[in-house]
Design a protein around this ligand. Structure first.
Ligand code: FRU
Length: 450
């Protein structure tokens, strides 16, 4: 009852990070960390899907399995890049002998986009500079100023997290360049990434061990970015990418229009009390693809335009006078897989929106125009983890919601802030209700059933 309709989820077992995202030979490829054997963090394979439009996905055979000496305890996260019409995958081979960790940065190549030939390590465990522990992983490879760069998550020997860069001219021979983090980013930084457009640049990272600070950093681990160029090591202003409950290890790729697009994992390391495990033998999903734009020193995330292909039934309501409460189910606006866009006009108003509602069960998004706080409350969502997440928002003009069987993604003001999380409601909890203490007219509500 919770298997998502339009979010990528595993057929069974555990999904974590998105890997190897690429538009190659006119098709999008997505890989993800997959344990096909159990809903636990072990035996990581690379599951593989492809699509012509980022909406209809075809499952392909497993791309990488942990069956070689250099990856026997897991084909960990990594990325994809094209060279000479071939698809190159870089990933971390995780090895444990007598519980002692070794990390190998490995290469696998495909000519047909289906079968991958492992070439083994391009950076050996013994080549890890002595300043770092064996927590050295998640290669993201890209071209900068005509040279291949690989950013890697790393841990210094004093057990603090950092990111390092290697470079190469041929994708085979790699040499260590430098460390590119100077601030305090906990005990480990995972899954680094780097994006640039004509004007702006941002380093993306998933640090572990940043302390909660008011509304900020309340999840076990964070994913966010620093607006800066790759080597601007003094810049440490870290902004969370998502304000919800589960969002981690995102990766970016360029779509066919050369836009930076991001997909993240709707999940959190070490948190495995999800009811889908016991009831349905699977856990976790990937976010929808989000187009990134850097504006005003901030990354904005917008649902990818191609998602419009999911839209089936459409209901539009205009100039809706909101006197206390509107039960949208009365207008046939309800469900467990849909898109809902609420345009609020120019002046911020207090608003509460219950999703997946039935009786007392509900997941509530709200905005307080005096305190200037947006929040997502899943204390009454049904099964699974509970809690409230909040963030500062100066004003609220537009709410763009994607609800799926066990997840919700809420985009505010065209991606200025995003709240993502898992919810596990009962299957009859389909209602949508809008409330406000203020009297006002909502200019437009658009609803699309998927
Ligand atoms: C992030 C992560 C990565 C690692 C992978 C293993 O969630 O811990 O650092 O490569 O998951 O599945």
């Amino acid at each position: 009852m919770w298997k998502n309709k339009f979010h990528i989820s595993p057929p069974f077992g555990l999904l974590n990070d998105p890997n190897g995202l690429i538009f190659w030979n006119n098709e999008y490829h997505i890989f993800y960390q997959w344990n096909p054997n159990a809903c636990e963090h072990a035996s990581k394979h690379w599951a593989h899907l492809k699509s012509k439009n980022l909406v209809d996905w075809e499952s392909l055979p497993i791309a990488l399995s942990p069956n070689d000496w250099f990856d026997k305890n897991g084909c960990y996260s990594g990325s994809a890049i094209e060279k000479d019409n071939k698809l190159y995958l870089f990933y971390t081979g995780n090895v444990k002998n007598n519980n002692v960790r070794e990390s190998y940065q490995c290469l696998a190549i495909s000519t047909n986009g289906i079968d991958f030939e492992k070439k083994g390590p391009v950076i050996h465990d013994k080549d890890i500079p002595k300043e770092y522990t064996k927590h050295f992983r998640d290669p993201k490879v890209f071209i900068k100023d005509g040279v291949y760069k690989m950013v890697l998550g790393a841990q210094r020997v004093d057990l603090t997290g950092t990111i390092v860069v290697f470079s190469s001219h041929n994708l085979i021979d790699w040499s260590f360049e430098q460390e590119i983090i100077n601030g305090n980013f906990g005990f480990m930084c995972e899954c680094p990434d780097f994006i640039e457009d004509k004007k702006n640049k941002a380093l993306i990272l998933s640090p572990q061990g940043i302390k909660a600070d008011g509304d900020l950093f309340n999840n076990r681990y964070q994913s966010g970015y620093i607006i800066r160029d790759l080597y601007d090591i003094e810049k440490n202003d870290f902004i969370e990418l998502d304000r919800g409950f589960e969002f981690y290890a995102p990766q970016t790729f360029k779509d066919e229009n050369n836009k930076n697009v991001l997909i993240g994992w709707i999940g959190m390391p070490e948190e495995l009390e999800h009811p889908s495990i016991e009831k349905e033998n699977w856990v976790h999903s990937l976010t929808i693809p989000r187009v990134l734009e850097i504006k005003k020193n901030k990354i904005f995330q917008k649902p990818h335009n191609n998602l419009k292909k999911l839209r089936k039934e459409k209901i539009v309501m205009e100039n809706i006078y909101l006197e206390n409460t509107i039960d949208l189910s009365k207008y046939n606006i309800l469900g467990d897989a849909y898109e809902l866009i609420i345009s609020l006009g120019d002046f911020s108003k207090d608003i509460e929106i219950d999703l997946r509602k039935n009786g007392n069960e509900r997941t509530t998004f709200s905005f307080d125009s005096i305190k200037k706080k947006a929040s997502l409350n899943r204390n009454f969502s049904g099964y699974g983890y509970k809690g409230i997440r909040k963030c500062y928002l100066k004003d609220l003009k537009k709410i763009h919601i994607f609800v799926d069987k066990c997840s919700v993604e809420i985009f505010l003001n065209d991606g200025e802030e995003v709240f993502t999380g898992n919810i596990y409601p009962n299957k009859d909890s389909l209602g949508i209700e809008i409330r406000s203490k203020m009297l006002f007219t909502i200019p437009k509500i658009e609803f699309y059933k998927f």
